[in-house]
Design a protein around this ligand. Sequence first.
Ligand code: SF4
Length: 316
Amino acid sequence: MKANPQSYLNIDRIEFIVTYQCPGSCRHCQNGIFTSRGDAAPCVDSKKAAEAVEKLSRLFGIASVMTFGGEPLLYPEAVCAIHQKAADCGIKTRQLITSGFFSSDRMAIRRVAAMLADAGINSLLISVDAFHQETIPLEPVKWFGAAVKEAGIPGACFYPCWLVDKSHRNPYNNRTKEILGALREVGLPFEDTTVSLTGNAARYLAAYFNSPAEDLSEPCDEPCDEPRNAGSISIAPNGDMMLCGFVIGNCYTEDIVDIMRRYDPYQSPYLSALMNSGPAGLRDCAERNGILADTALCRTRCDVCHAVASKLPCLF
Ligand code: SF4
């Protein structure tokens, strides 16, 4: 359901970057080159975030709410407030992505797992692989996995990220297999994902990919037709509301209904440039306005787009 018939928004998913803080420092991290915007809010405001879920679910048919970071479980109360509200609003998928490392105290870990179960989380992905375990100790993650299983959280799994693909032979995938072997006794299932060549991965892991850099003058295409038909909105710790990395308003200081109603991608020179001439056009438009983004290592259209968007002020 759209906010109004003329709207370019078709939001069915809300993503909360609960915090940019993280005990890890992964060389495949997608958020690695992005910086927090505006005020350096350490964590999303629980009350405002829950309000945002409620208001957006009145405007749109929201099917899923996801919390991630940084490490979201550094702030478990905020995570639970968001998912509890999502459950109250009847939102079907309530997902958390975590490294599973936020404490080394086994009792505290069990307490947080019980809180997550009570808050109604029904999809929980625990990232474990060679990249995470370069800086994140495995034992507390194992304890967390066991606590999640004990708490009976549905849809919980370990979520390894493979380099290139699961069958590719490289030292990272070999190490990931060893880590998964050590986690098998926990009894959670595994769900695979692969490294996206963006953020830190473009910087540190590009040598493993043969694909040529994309043509940046091509317009955005699947899955990213965002400016004209945005399907997902992200909310940052400081309340910024973002469509595909572009800030369109702030839900701490403005009414969400107003932010949604005023959104028109054709009124923004940056989004117009993006729609007309792809990420290269966006980058040129930003440069004409004195905004320089470091895109030298970007390999994909999305990466360029995000690098430029991260430098832009609110568009409306
Ligand atoms: S744990 Fe997640 S957010 Fe933290 S550095 Fe690793 S990939 Fe990035």
